[in-house]
Write a new protein. Sequence first.
Length: 298
Amino acid sequence: MRKILSVALCSNFLISYAQIDGTKSRLLSINGLEMSGFMYVGQSTVMRIEDFQNLALHDFPDFDLTGQNTWVNTLGTMGGGFQMALNFNIQKRNGQELLGRPLLRIGFAYFSTTNSSIGYHGIERYAYDTIFTTFQGVTTTQPIDSIYYMSTSLRAHTDRIRLHTSILWQTNPEKRWKSYVGVGFGLGISMNSNISIGMYEGYYFVAESSTGMMMYNDNNVQSWSDYKGEVLRAKPWYDLNFFIPIGVDFRLGKKQNILKNVHLFLEAMPMIFLQKAQAIRIQSTGAFAISPGVRVVF
């Protein structure tokens, strides 16, 4: 009897220890799955024509830029895509929750973006004709000029896939409304990189008077314009970005409702990009993203 009792006590002790040890080793537990789209606006990077030449995979066309001045896109860039991620609860080894009930988020994103753009623009002006007007014995002249314009634009474009991870600290998850904030970073590579080249040229006619410049209308004189475009394959880009997710979350259903595990969220992300391509110097830019999505909590 003593042997049986001893074996039983030993078995209970081992089972209890295994349960405690299993709890200790469980630092992460899956919390849910989320899917979202996002749009972002960012600062445009500055590239020289030599950078575009180095970025192209094949021969870069020669340009006649005589008389054209450089302009740089300072309006920024826009892009968008979608992302998916898994969320994990982070807890202590003894199973207790940590302050702020932090979540570990791991996922991927796919998006399209314009890396940089640069352009050249020039105008040449020629005298075309002169109109003489006499009124009350006073003769005035009205010069007519032919304006020839030409411009060349270059744009680096990529489609990218990025792996990202972040830690989120949230308010009480039991409430229907909650907010959260976090820190994160991501690593990305381009799947499709190209350079778009556009060349415009044409002319029109203007007549100048004492009141300023006006278009010159004459059935015998027609304005003219032409556009030529070309797309070149380019070397891949690699990027590293750091971001701060700030969001609000709303649970659709009440605790007894079938939708109690479905959440809608809206997230804002200020971020910094570091990107690099072969033979191109490292470029740093800032961006701001808005991401609406749905989250299913398990």
